[in-house]
Design a binder for this molecule. Structure first.
Ligand code: WTA
Length: 653
């Protein structure tokens, strides 16, 4: 990570106020945690009552973590509907309460306050639109929308009729979209004309058009007329959602679904191959999202909760939509960016909507910290009671700034460690129960049993302090169930390296107090501005270019992004390196994957360091990218050690 490499060991105990208000204090945490581990059936059987069940479950947990037989089931004979849990059950008590505050990109456009009643009607209409297009239970619907209320309507409409949604982040390229549509066999894609962000507009519909050229011609395209910008229109394929929503019935029965029926597929990057479709369940996922939302953020009636993530990522799924709405909360949905029109936007939005819990990523905190305190200080942040971070390790400077300048030293910071695969928080301090330390994820959530393993032997390390790879010993309800269409890949990725455990791909440290610190990925996944990226994906995009013979991609410390993308590129014999080619390769990767994968550094590499068996030694490439060439380690096993000297002397500054 950038900045300090030494942890800040200051301990911040929770304030009396925080403890007094919290759902869970230290004693309660200890008691509940113990129960959750020693008697998961009893514990989760009780917690499952947080949801409304059409038919209650009689079994709670049915799990096998053994490689070859991995199978994960929770509440499997229970029947429920996720949308009914997020909407209908609140209508009697809080129908007129705001469910979603939509804050548009342009600060001068009024915010929308969507009540639970409004949400019910919109979701029902959207569900009826989907039914009118022949979408049936179990069908996949790809949602390629910006951060607008229709994204929430579409997700919940799918849940209402038992269709499986797959949200594709609107920053992904047409190719990335097409791959996802094809992988999950989607019946239709929901998109918008254009998407305003930071005062500029992305042509989403034309991206979808380009993507659909590579998909079955049976795939329909539902278009939200958001800005009213002109788009192409293919009669028979394209459907005007807004117009159709006006003509269908305002009510639509919520379909009874099994707890284990998939709610959504969300694609995420791994260390090998193409992105995986992470499959989440209806019952266990929703319960875990709701419970973590309430307890980690100490959510209370009347709070205004703001998670700044995009719905295209799991954080948006669990903490903009499903967790908050299952709890009957008011959730903020923000279309814009933190620095538009200026670096006070986040804080202005907090002031305007009297946000009580604010949840963002370290990369945003670092970027805003760099703009100076005046942007924070001109806003009234007195409504904020709790701050949260997610997505990557937070460096102590950013943590301290967040604590002092944003939180005025009065707000607990929950540093929540979790993953697309885990559905919800796995480790985090709980505000009323635990002290915080700058950069520590501290303690496991209920039902989560973290273990630190010795990386080579896979032996569990019991003593503290220690460091190793992070695995989880047993299942929790929010765990992913499989990889879409490839259960073998699921087992291979998460259960084969360390048998009997779920392997997270992260390294971690447990300090002398038994508190956990995530040290970052131990595989070939990098974390760029809180976005998870497989280096293999960027490599395959690069080698798809005609000028490129070979490419190796690693992460390197980047002040704002956390990690930047450093690419070593070997050109074809007949190609010459040039600045133009650097530009071309950058834009090539943007087109293949999306702007988030844009290389930060491209270094020409006449050769790559390989073992005699031809394996690229990434460890060495990482050290060179980090400019840590003093500790390259043993290079004598390389087929051609001189390659390394060349890479060092031509290192791109
Ligand atoms: C990293 C995001 C340190 C980690 C919810 C994990 C973190 C990956 C933290 C998952 C944190 C997430 N501290 N690292 N608080 N939260 N990570 O799937 O490496 O986009 O494996 O899920 O982000 O990223 P994903």
């Amino acid at each position: 990570m950038p900045h300090s490499t030494q942890p800040d060991t200051t301990v911040y105990p929770p304030s009396d106020d925080t403890v007094a208000r919290a759902h869970v204090d230290a004693a309660r945490y200890d008691e509940m945690y113990k129960a959750s581990i020693t008697d998961p059936e009893g514990f989760w059987g009780e917690q499952g009552k947080r949801l409304d069940w059409i038919k209650p479950y009689s079994t709670v947990k049915d799990v096998d973590f053994s490689y070859g037989n991995v199978s994960i089931n929770w509440f499997s004979d229970g029947v429920l509907n996720v949308a009914a849990n997020c909407i209908d059950r609140h209508l009697a008590t809080r129908g007129d309460q705001t469910a979603i505050i939509f804050e548009p990109d342009d600060p001068d456009t009024p915010a929308q306050h969507i009540t639970y009643k409004d949400l019910h009607e919109k979701v029902c209409r959207m569900a009826n639109v989907l039914l009118s297009q022949g979408v049936m239970r179990g069908d996949r619907v790809v949602i390629y929308l910006p951060m607008i209320p229709e994204a929430a309507y579409a997700m919940l409409a799918c849940a209402r009729i038992g269709a499986i949604h797959s949200v594709v982040f609107a920053g992904f390229s047409p190719d990335a979209l097409a791959n996802r549509v094809n992988d999950c066999g989607a019946k239709l894609v929901i998109t918008a004309d254009t998407a305003p962000r930071g005062g500029r507009r992305t042509a989403l519909k034309s991206n979808a058009d380009a993507a659909l050229l590579h998909c079955s011609d049976k795939v329909r395209c539902l278009v939200v007329k958001h800005t009213g910008d002109q788009t192409t229109w293919i009669n028979g394929r394209d459907v005007d959602v807004n117009a159709l929503m006006e003509t269908v019935a305002p009510d639509c029965p919520a379909r009874p679904m099994g707890a284990e029926d998939p709610l959504f597929v969300l694609y995420t990057s791994g260390s090998t191959g193409k992105p995986k479709g992470v499959v989440h369940s209806s019952g266990g996922y929703l319960l875990f999202a709701a419970m973590t939302h309430e307890i980690t953020f100490d959510y209370h009636e009347g709070d205004v909760f703001w998670c700044t993530a995009d719905v295209g990522w799991v954080t948006g799924h669990s903490y903009i939509i499903y967790g908050p709405l299952a709890n009957g909360a008011t959730t903020v949905m923000f279309e814009g960016v933190p620095t538009y029109p200026d670096a006070s936007r986040f804080w202005q939005v907090c002031e305007k909507h009297k946000v009580t819990q604010f949840y963002t990523a370290p990369t945003a905190i670092r970027a805003l910290m760099g703009q100076g305190n005046q942007f924070v200080e001109k806003s009234d942040l007195s409504s904020i009671r709790l701050l949260g971070t997610v997505g990557e390790p937070i460096n102590p400077e950013a943590w301290n700034w967040y604590n002092e300048v944003v939180g005025k030293g009065k707000c607990p910071i929950v540093d929540t460690w979790w993953q697309t695969e885990t559905g919800g928080h796995m480790m985090t301090p709980l505000p009323g129960a635990h002290a915080t330390k700058p950069g520590a994820a501290m303690k496991p959530f209920f039902g989560v049993e973290p273990v630190v393993l010795e990386p080579q032997s896979g032996e569990e390390i019991h003593e503290s302090p220690t460091e190793g790879v992070l695995c989880i010993k047993d299942s929790w309800p929010g765990q992913m169930r499989t990889v879409w269409g490839d259960h073998e890949r699921f087992q291979q990725t998460y259960f084969s390296d360390y048998k009997g455990y779920y392997f997270t791909g992260d390294g971690c440290r447990r300090d002398a107090d038994g508190d956990y610190w995530i040290t970052g990925r131990v595989d070939d996944v990098i974390n760029v501005s809180g976005h998870r990226m497989g280096t293999a994906e960027v490599e395959s995009a690069l080698v798809a270019h005609a000028a490129v013979a070979e490419a190796a991609v690693v992460g390197y410390p980047h002040d704002i992004k956390g990690q930047g993308i450093y690419c070593y590129v070997t050109l074809m014999n007949d190609q010459n390196p040039s600045d133009d080619l650097v530009k071309e390769l950058r834009s090539w990767v943007r087109t293949e994957i999306g702007p988030i994968a844009s290389p930060d550094v491209i270094q020409w590499a006449p050769g790559l360091p390989k073992t005699r068996s031809g394996k690229i030694m990434r460890r060495i490439l990482r050290k060179i990218a980090e400019n840590d060439v003093g500790s390259l380690g043993d290079t004598s096993t390389l087929a051609d050690p001189s390659v390394v000297d060349d890479l060092i002397s031509n290192r791109t500054k």
